[in-house]
Design a protein around this ligand. Structure first.
Ligand SMILES: [Zn+2]
Length: 167
């Protein structure tokens, strides 16, 4: 097996997720499985963890297995309030069962508040554990611009690299 043929087995994947934010004292704010605030979390059918959803979309896409909505439809009542770390773990099992190896993941959260610096290490540790591969989770401020800057939404973008099974 030459190095060249191994390189042809690399598969890149990209993911994007957005959830609206609204004032809700009972809605926990979870990112990468870590609680970054006890209230005013993103709205969604599941726990609305944009980091887990964006990374799940990226690994499924890299493996040619569609997106998270194909595997976990928002219309499924069983998924109400679902733990997105568990959904991501299920997606990891699907791509591993298909013969892929996850090499790394890199995610960027775009959020006005709260500041995520204190949670970054915990978020990376959680994602690295679930993926079984190095994961980076970064944060960017929208600098007060637009709906993100007005704290009306949270966004995450993710890229992953997978190694496809030998043909
Ligand atoms: Zn989502």
């Amino acid at each position: 097996m030459s190095a060249g043929s191994d390189l042809k087995r690399l598969r890149v994947g990209s993911g994007f997720d957005l959830h609206p934010l609204a004032e809700d004292p009972n809605r926990r704010f979870l990112l990468a499985g870590v609680e970054v605030a006890p209230s005013n979390g993103p709205l969604g059918h599941s726990d609305a963890d944009v980091v887990c959803h964006a990374i799940a979309d990226a690994i499924l896409g890299a493996a040619g297995l569609g997106g998270i909505g194909d595997h976990f439809p928002a219309s499924d009542p069983a998924l109400a309030g679902a733990d997105s770390v568990d959904l991501l773990a299920q997606c990891v099992r699907k791509v591993v069962a298909a013969g892929f190896e996850i090499l790394n993941a890199d995610a960027t959260v775009i959020l006005q508040a709260p500041r995520l610096a204190p949670y970054r290490a915990a978020m990376e540790e959680r994602m690295t554990e679930v993926l079984g591969a190095p994961a980076c989770v970064k944060a960017k401020s929208p600098e007060g611009v637009g709906p993100l800057g007005e704290e009306r939404a949270v966004v995450c973008m993710a890229s992953v690299l997978l190694l496809a099974p030998r043909p």
